[in-house]
Design a protein around this ligand. Structure first.
Ligand code: HEC
Length: 132
């Protein structure tokens, strides 16, 4: 009985280890309500607000052009997609809003740092200019 318990503990431990060290990244899907969220500022970047905020908050990881080559990029374990690619640009404004503002794991949340709804959308509009 004792050895079965020990064995199951070891197996559980190993499975957890595999789950945490697995190089395969979970797909990142924004919740439905964000996917269809409307960007009422679409296409605008008044006074380069979005660009400035990107350079201030995002460049350090994503790099100036969104290639994922910012100065902090080497410290990250999560792979970043290039922001100008079809894989990223093919997503709706709402999906990009969700990922940019709410974040997950190593992609930080900007809910506190960037509170203005208008500023948030200006960043999304700036991301659109990175399209290749
Ligand atoms: C500390 C580093 C870091 C900073 C700063 C950062 N990001 Fe990220 N970002 C990441 C990482 C890592 C991922 C990949 C996350 C994942 O797939 O789990 C990511 C993913 C994303 C994605 C999702 C792309 C996709 O579809 O997979 C978007 C959009 C994004 N970031 C936008 C931004 C914006 C906009 C800012 C600034 C407001 C920003 N990021 C700041 C690290 C960062």
């Amino acid at each position: 009985m004792k050895s079965i318990l020990t064995l199951s503990t070891v197996v559980t431990f190993l499975l957890t280890l595999v789950a945490f060290t697995s190089p395969v990244q979970d797909p990142w899907d924004a919740p439905a309500k964000y996917k269809t969220m409307k960007n009422k500022y679409a296409g605008e970047d008044v006074d380069d607000i979005g660009k400035d905020l990107y350079m201030k908050h995002c460049k350090s990881c994503h790099g100036k052009e969104g290639y994922g080559d910012g100065t902090k990029a080497n410290e990250l374990e999560t792979e970043m997609k290039e922001l100008g690619t079809e894989e990223v640009q093919g997503q709706s404004d709402g999906e990009l809003y969700y990922k940019s503002i709410i974040g997950r794991d190593e992609m930080p949340s900007f809910e506190k740092k960037i509170q203005s709804e208008e500023d948030r959308w200006m960043i999304i509009n700036y991301l659109r200019t990175l399209e290749e």
